[in-house]
Write a protein that binds this ligand. Structure first.
Ligand code: DC
Length: 223
């Protein structure tokens, strides 16, 4: 692995996106939100009239993924999150997105990559790994406020039900389930403000970076 890679995993609305964006700014690293890839696949498969639970339909959408589609605001909706979680269970879909994500991790300067399987599958050798989580109620409230802010009228209870269903699907699937890597540092943001979470993440990553630099210093031939 070339540069300093920060792997950030965690369930929906845990704060991992905000934490990742802060780390990317701090270390001046490119960032990849891998949830967007799965969202784009889910939305494309649905638009093509495919069955999201059919591995052939979902796999075809993943292989045809257009990276321009990642800027589509439709990817931020509740439906897109649900569609993403459904297509993400298929090994065909995960395989189609693997090279792109690994190539991003291997690029020169390093990267901040957030998702569900970054520390376990995409970048298992990443020198810094965080597992960002929060209680389902706190996550639902955050997501609910965010959706209201986007103009999506929705009940809190419905968002909480979404979160629980997604947790179950993302953690229970056979292919690359959401699980904390053994060497990932747990960051529970339930009781934290955005600034506190960003600060805690920075401290975790600073410690990992110091270890990484020491190991590179001790091993200067390592690329
Ligand atoms: O992070 P997000 O809420 O945008 O992710 C949407 C869905 O995509 C999530 O419920 C599961 C799936 N996903 C995945 O399986 N693996 C990833 N690395 C990222 C997302």
């Amino acid at each position: 692995m070339a540069g300093f890679v920060i792997a950030v995993d965690g369930p929906a609305a845990s704060g991992k996106g905000t934490v990742s964006a802060g780390l990317a700014r701090l270390y001046d690293l490119p960032m990849l939100d891998t949830g967007l890839l799965y969202r784009a696949v889910g939305v494309a498969a649905a638009r093509a009239g495919g069955n999201l639970d059919d591995p052939a339909d979902a796999g075809a959408a993943a292989r045809a993924l257009d990276l321009e589609a990642l800027h589509d605001p439709a990817l931020r909706t509740r439906e897109a999150g649900e569609a993403a979680s459904r297509v993400a269970v298929h090994p065909e879909v995960r395989a189609a997105l693997l090279d792109l994500q690994r190539a991003f991790a291997a690029r020169g300067p390093g990267a901040v990559i957030d998702g569900r399987d970054i520390g376990t599958v995409i970048a298992p050798d990443a020198p810094a790994k965080l597992f960002v989580t929060a209680s389902p109620q706190v996550r639902a409230e955050r997501r609910w406020r965010q959706l209201l802010g986007q103009g999506e009228a929705v009940e809190y209870e419905a968002v909480l039900a979404d979160i629980r269903r997604r947790d179950e699907r993302d953690s229970g699937r056979a292919a690359a389930p959401l699980v904390r890597a053994a060497d990932a540092v747990l960051l529970d943001t339930s009781e934290m403000t955005i600034d506190e979470a960003a600060d805690a993440a920075r401290r975790i990553v600073e410690a990992a970076r110091a270890r990484w630099e020491t190991s590179r210093g001790a091993n200067p031939t390592t690329p």
